[in-house]
Design a protein around this ligand. Structure first.
Ligand SMILES: O=P(O)(O)OC[C@H]1O[C@H](OP(=O)(O)OP(=O)(O)O)[C@H](O)[C@@H]1O
Ligand SMILES: O=c1[nH]c(=O)c2nc[nH]c2[nH]1
Ligand SMILES: [Mg+2]
Length: 175
């Protein structure tokens, strides 16, 4: 409608930016595996796609887990969160490994923000261990193990979503 302010995306509302390089992400995933190594062993890793695929690969490699399954959930369309849609559930084979409740399974995602995605997967696997690399305060209580907490008004920029680009100097005319 004319005159109405456009709705801000979650990314715009966040305000602060927390860019993460591949190198930093790899280090943070390795740090996560150090913590998870104290909790396991795990029968399988369940990656929440798509963001959980990269940390799941690194964590599974470090922990020597070769069974990896996915739960495919769509929620943010670029940066606006809509209704959650389960596009693919957990496989019967992985369910069986977790005794039907997820015991001994490790759920991995890149982050929890509002916690909606994590909550949905926890309901599918109530006894699984849930690990994320980053956590915002609203989602944090859902996570068993994470590495870095960022404030709720921070947007995390992952290396697979970003590219190197020119950045103007802080002081006008300094360039
Ligand atoms: O705690 P929440 O508020 O639910 O947000 C966290 C989820 O949002 C992002 O996924 P997204 O839905 O953007 O999909 P993607 O992993 O395919 O990028 C992120 O990877 C988490 O899965
Ligand atoms: O790239 C992302 N960064 C975030 O901070 C975030 N929160 C939810 N979904 C997200 N995706
Ligand atoms: Mg995701």
């Amino acid at each position: 409608m004319a005159g109405e302010a456009p709705e801000l995306s979650a990314q715009e509302r966040a305000g602060k930016a927390f860019p993460v390089s591949w190198d930093q992400f790899h280090r943070d995933c390795r740090a996560l595996t150090w913590r998870l190594n104290e909790v396991g062993p795990f029968h399988a890793v369940i990656a929440i796609t798509r963001g959980g695929l990269v940390p799941a690969a690194i964590v599974a490699r470090e922990l020597g887990v070769r069974v990896i399954d996915t739960v495919c959930i769509a929620s943010y369309d670029h940066d606006k969160q809509g209704e959650l849609q389960v596009l693919k559930g957990i496989s019967d084979a992985a369910m069986k490994l977790g005794g039907g409740t997820g015991k001994g399974l490790l759920i991995v995602d890149d982050l929890v923000d509002t916690g909606k995605t994590g909550r949905m997967v926890r309901e599918m696997l109530p006894d699984a261990h849930f690990a994320t690399v980053y956590a915002k305060p609203m989602g944090r209580p859902l996570v068993d193990t994470f590495i870095t907490e960022v404030s709720q008004d921070t947007w995390i920029f992952f290396p697979w979503d970003t590219a190197l680009s020119y950045h103007p100097p802080l002081r006008d005319g300094a360039g």
